[in-house]
Design a protein around this ligand. Structure first.
Ligand code: 9WO
Length: 254
């Protein structure tokens, strides 16, 4: 995947390029990341990229001219058809389904804003989509861009660890993860569930799927409304709830 990021703080991205899944994906050429700094496109002698908003108010905006130039430069270097994606709290909510969809793209341009945002005319004419990672205001779009890149990179074919963790998402898709245990067998007086020590791989897979479904029902019931459970999954969930004396009347938002 050919990723381009526009940011006045390109150094921030070493946090993801030098570690873990993304660092490896880049070494393996599964992922190519190019950084573009709007400051390099400000022809002003002070490389000014910000200006005061019309109508007054606190803070500064990113100026249209360097932003348009840097977006055009990124578009010209990216593969044909690459979308320009702006990260902002006004965007559509980014989730696992969105990550999967982005992972299918050949090329992508992420635009990380700073200050109080970007001149609206740039967004109207040069940005294709606006995405949000959650309902909070940060000091810039860099961390959201890195969050999206991380979520996308681990889904790329041949990304290390992908075959094991991301691929087996067949039943995990849209529901929460099951609990996990490692050595020692007893820790702080608490033991590991017997089934995990049984060596019965079918029973283990069933238990994990049941735990995942049960925890989703208890913690994020709205996720279950978005997916269609198989008859077997529904019966696993029914048994989980029966074992805990839970039912629909116990669903609340506390
Ligand atoms: C700053 C501000 C100050 C006073 C009143 C309102 C205000 N809004 C903003 C603001 O939205 N600043 C943004 C900072 C401008 C674009 C980049 N910034 C950003 C992106 N903050 N949070 C995000 C973001 C992106 C994606 N998902 C979640 C948050």
């Amino acid at each position: 995947m050919d990723l381009h990021v526009i940011s006045i703080f390109p150094g921030m991205f070493s946090a993801i390029t030098e570690h873990g899944v993304i660092g490896r994906a880049m070494q393996q050429n599964v992922l190519q990341l190019t950084l573009h700094n709007p400051r390099d496109y400000a022809d002003d002698k002070h490389s000014k990229v910000d200006g005061r908003p019309f109508g007054g108010g606190p803070g500064m905006l990113m100026l249209p001219e360097p932003m348009t130039k840097v977006i055009n430069a990124a578009r010209s270097q990216a593969k044909t058809g690459a979308k320009v994606v702006y990260l902002s709290p006004q965007g559509k909510r980014f989730d696992h389904a969105a990550a999967k969809s982005f992972a299918k793209q050949e090329s992508l341009i992420l635009l990380a804003g700073r200050y109080e945002g970007i001149d609206e005319r740039v967004l109207e004419h040069h940005v294709d989509e606006e995405w949000s990672i959650g309902d909070y205001v940060l000091s810039g779009g860099e961390l959201p861009a890195m969050v999206m890149i991380d979520a996308i990179a681990r889904l790329l074919p041949d990304s290390l660890g992908n075959s094991e963790s991301a691929e087996q998402d067949s039943f995990v898709d849209g529901i929460l993860d099951c609990p996990h245990y490692a050595r020692p067998e007893e820790y702080d007086g608490q033991s590991v569930p017997d089934v995990l020590l049984s060596g019965d791989h079918q029973a283990i897979a069933k238990w994990r799927e049941q735990q995942a479904l049960g925890r989703t029902w208890e913690r994020r019931p709205e996720l279950l409304e978005k997916i269609e459970l198989t008859d077997q999954q529904q019966s696993l969930l029914d048994d989980y709830l029966k074992d805990r004396n839970l039912d629909v009347s116990d669903l609340n938002d506390s």
